[in-house]
Design a protein around this ligand. Structure first.
Ligand SMILES: Cc1cc2nc3c(=O)[nH]c(=O)nc-3n(C[C@H](O)[C@H](O)[C@H](O)COP(=O)(O)OP(=O)(O)OC[C@H]3O[C@@H](n4cnc5c(N)ncnc54)[C@H](O)[C@@H]3O)c2cc1C
Length: 509
């Protein structure tokens, strides 16, 4: 950082802000990123967690978006094979809805638009004999199986932030940007430490507003630049129930109202069901699933399943707000899922880039586009060339994309004392960085005990030191999903342990 001035300041530590921070830091620009809460605590931890082209966007002629997103699938799987993996989807043919030829045509395009190499192609299914048909009503005799990928969304965010920090970036969670103004040819940002209430100022040559559902609010009352912020907030909710079936494919159901419903194997013992699509007008931090949405999601399963899901089966739910670019569509589900980037740099004034929309799937391409727009407003980049993020693994992802089984097998030999399910969970979450948690332990007790699930003190220390975790909620709902297996008393106890660990020593990197 030259003269105490960052090249780039970013407001928002969701996937888009962290993706831009990683790319910029790797190219040699000095980067500052702040988030008013925990990293990934906004929309980026509330998604359906699919790296997908979006089959249904083909019907809306969003070919650019679908093509770009399809191309990203294998590429992201390659740089983060611990937290991203292939997922097969079963699409039953519903006689009253889209005809089979249309589904087959859409899936043909889906298979061929995006340079698929390793993901298996679409296959026609006889649901009367295929195990995937067993839980469907007998009327569903035919279907298709196609490929997309699964992602641990909030972990993708934190790994991008970690990599940005490892490349020299400054990451400041729990730090709100309360004002940003152009002063003497630079951006001057006033930042508030959310816990302490104290403020400080930093300066930067260029600014990115990646505040997700708060993008309009930040544009209007924080940045106060005269940039139009056409944003449409659309709520989407999911419910989690105990595992409904034993195979590892997901289902995609078409609803008569034009929406689609996913049933996805989740966290080994659960099934994830989502999502809804409804306009949202409240504070994004207050978004909660409504009784009506729970009923809608459960009711929708009744069309397809022999044994429909009922609201009393729901063990957990979550809700998020899509920050969509407002293209004037009549219904929330028709609003474009593509991203729009607006650059404001009047008469040589320091540049402001505002991010609208986008998907987890396209965050890396969004970051590349953002930096190509900002490049003329930044000093010459000293390190990596554009495109480097497509080839360089995220932390812990430095093993072959189809090498997870081999990674686990060799870890089991090195750490015979680790319970197999715990070893698998750690390597899925942290990849090769799991070694930093297990370290030199020679027995499981050496990792230190924490009441609840299989969380250890060693993992907590790692999360505090390396991944900016500060509360039990950060750990059990974002760095992991262990909250599904913990009681409120256990979560409270983890919080207490964390506060002791933070006071005693391990500091965030
Ligand atoms: C229900 C649902 C399902 C989805 N499913 C998928 C899917 O399967 N696949 C896919 O690719 N995409 C999916 N998406 C879309 C995807 O989740 C979002 O597009 C993406 O997460 C948006 O990321 P973001 O970084 O723009 O916003 P966010 O993740 O919301 O990040 C914005 C951040 O800005 C911070 N912030 C706000 N104001 C300030 C301030 N003044 N100072 C500092 N920080 C501030 C917030 O705290 C927040 O963390 C889904 C979205 C929803 C809602």
């Amino acid at each position: 950082m030259a003269g105490g001035v960052f090249d780039l300041a970013i407001i928002g530590g969701g996937i888009n802000g962290c993706g831009i921070a990683r790319d910029a830091a790797g190219r040699g620009w000095s980067v500052f990123l702040c988030d008013r809460a925990d990293l990934g605590s906004g929309t980026s931890s509330a998604s359906t967690k699919l790296i997908h082209g979006g089959l249904r966007y083909l019907e809306q002629y969003e070919f650019r978006l679908v093509r770009e997103a399809l191309k990203e699938r294998e590429l992201l799987w390659g740089i983060a094979p611990h937290i991203i993996w292939p997922l097969r989807f079963v699409l039953p043919h519903h006689r009253g809805l889209r005809p089979a030829w249309l589904l087959r045509f859409g899936l043909f395009l889906y298979d061929h638009l995006g340079g698929r190499k390793r993901l298996p192609p679409t296959r026609t299914l006889n649901l009367q004999s295929d195990p995937a048909g067993a839980m469907l009503k007998p009327a569903f005799t035919r279907g298709f199986a196609y490929s997309d990928c699964w992602v641990e969304d909030s972990r993708l965010v934190v790994l991008n932030a970690r990599d940005a920090a490892d490349r020299g970036g400054t990451i400041a969670p729990r730090t709100a940007c309360v004002s940003a103004e152009r002063v003497d040819g630079l951006w001057s940002l006033t930042l508030q430490d959310v816990a302490a209430g104290t403020t400080r100022t930093i300066r930067a040559r260029a600014l990115v507003n990646a505040a997700g559902p708060r993008v309009a609010e930040v544009a209007g009352s924080v940045v106060r630049a005269n940039v139009p912020a056409p944003i449409r907030l659309v709520q989407g909710s999911h419910v989690v129930v105990r595992k409904l079936y034993d195979h590892d494919a997901a289902y995609i159901f078409q609803n008569a109202d034009g929406r689609i419903l996913f049933l996805i194997p989740y966290e080994r013992d659960f099934t994830l069901i989502g999502t809804t699509d409804q306009d949202y007008a409240g504070d994004p931090s207050d978004v909660r699933i409504s009784r009506g949405e729970i009923d809608y999601l459960c009711r929708s399963t009744a069309e397809y399943l022999r044994q429909p899901v009922t609201p009393d089966q729901v063990v957990w739910s979550y809700s998020g707000v899509r920050p969509l670019f407002d293209d004037g569509s009549s219904t929330p589900q028709q609003a474009t899922r593509d991203y729009v980037l607006k650059l404001d740099a009047p008469c040589g004034a320091p540049a402001l880039l505002t991010v609208f929309g986008g998907k987890i799937t396209t965050y890396r391409r969004l970051a590349e586009t953002a930096l190509s727009m900002l490049r003329p407003h930044l000093p010459p980049a000293a390190r990596q060339q554009p495109g480097w993020t497509a080839r360089t693994p995220l932390p812990g992802g430095d093993f072959p994309m189809q090498g997870f089984a081999a990674l686990i097998a060799s870890a089991a030999v090195r750490y015979p004392f680790m319970p197999p399910a715990t070893l698998r969970r750690l390597f899925r979450a942290y990849g090769t960085c799991a070694e930093m948690i297990i370290g030199g332990a020679t027995d499981f007790a050496g990792l230190g005990c924490v009441p609840g699930a299989d969380l250890t003190e060693a993992e907590l220390r790692y999360l505090i030191r390396v991944e900016w975790a500060r509360t039990a909620e950060d750990v059990v709902w974002r760095r992991s999903k262990l909250g599904l297996r913990l009681t409120p008393a256990e979560i409270a106890s983890i919080d207490t342990t964390m506060q002791h660990l933070i006071q005693d020593g391990p500091t965030a990197a």
